[in-house]
Design a binder for this molecule. Sequence first.
Ligand code: GDP
Ligand code: MN
Length: 392
Amino acid sequence: MDIHEYQAKRILARYGVPVARGGVASLPEEAVAEAKEIGGDKWVVKAQVHSGARGKAGGVILCRTEEEVAAATRKLVGSRLVTIQTGPAGKPVGSVYVEAASTIDREVYLSFTYDRATQNVMVVASAAGGMDIEEVARTEPDRIKRVLVDPAVGLRPFHARAIALSLGLGKAQLGPAAHAIHACYRAFWEADATMIEINPLAITTEGKALALDAKISLDENALYRHGDLAELRDPTQEDPRETFASDKGLAYVGLDGTIGCIINGAGLAMATLDMIKLAGGEPANFLDIGGAASPERVATSFRAVLQDPKVEAILVNIFAGINRCDWIAEGVIKALNEVSVKVPLVVRLAGTNVDEGMAILSRAEHPIIIADSLADAATKAVAASRAMAPAE
Ligand code: GDP
Ligand code: MN
């Protein structure tokens, strides 16, 4: 789960990561009040959306007067910010963060994530931080330093020093930077984050290290032990298709194609997506109904998949182990009775109670295309979606 920059900064500040003074606002007059409270004569007004690369998209505005703060807030709040990370629809800006502008000497990059291969925390650091870090990673990979930290040992002073040194900092800045690195690691670990990225960590002209930007992703599977963090969820920033499904306890991933997929198990889902692509089609989404799916759950899955207007065919692919084909089939019938399904439906059932399941499906009034293997199902779904697609 992603959270906003201002929320990430509050968390980091609690752990002692230095951040500038700031406050969140959604009205121009609130933003001006924040600016007054912060003091000084230069502020940045930053669009709060779950995306990076806001600066290049006009979402970070440097202001020299209170009028400019109000104007920047008016411009951003209520708009949709389109960055290279959001896709063409962009994300709605519900609030801005008003912050004291800092005078930056250097911008460095710092992030924390997991390295699955070694099962360690990986700290990524680069002296070449700022808005072009992706370009640096592509053209000058040597300028990016990676340090692995065994979580059983934790981040030790030698790690922090190695990272701080790789940032190319002067002697006076090593201490403050190492302190900030330590604090970030503790925040990463204790909040059950999957990612913390500070880009840039600014070295100010006064020699201080300051987190000018902050992105935190939290492990959704660990939110149950962080009630306060779970509340930071902002559904306006999510794919509405995924919000509907997650509210219903379904694991749903939105994609860009035309075939809606209702599948049990992530592994079978991956295989099905591959087979659809192999057959020349593109999945619109996939929905993992999990084990022991009741007919109600199957019907709800149809609703979730049909939320997406791009869906031109539905593929149900179930290999029933814990699941039961007869329950799945009952769910399909229930869905067809309750939800208006105007697109072709391909069903492939295998495993527990498959004969009972097929018998139930044969009684359906809505036409169902039966498939007898994964490959057959994918081919039939692609053909059916082509038949539905408007002629070009
Ligand atoms: P992002 O584009 O979404 O990653 O947003 P950032 O928060 O990283 O801001 C983009 C850029 O705006 C930074 O790399 C800085 O160059 C600049 N910026 C952000 N805050 C300040 C500030 O307080 N002072 C100055 N001078 N520049 C800032
Ligand atoms: Mn940034």
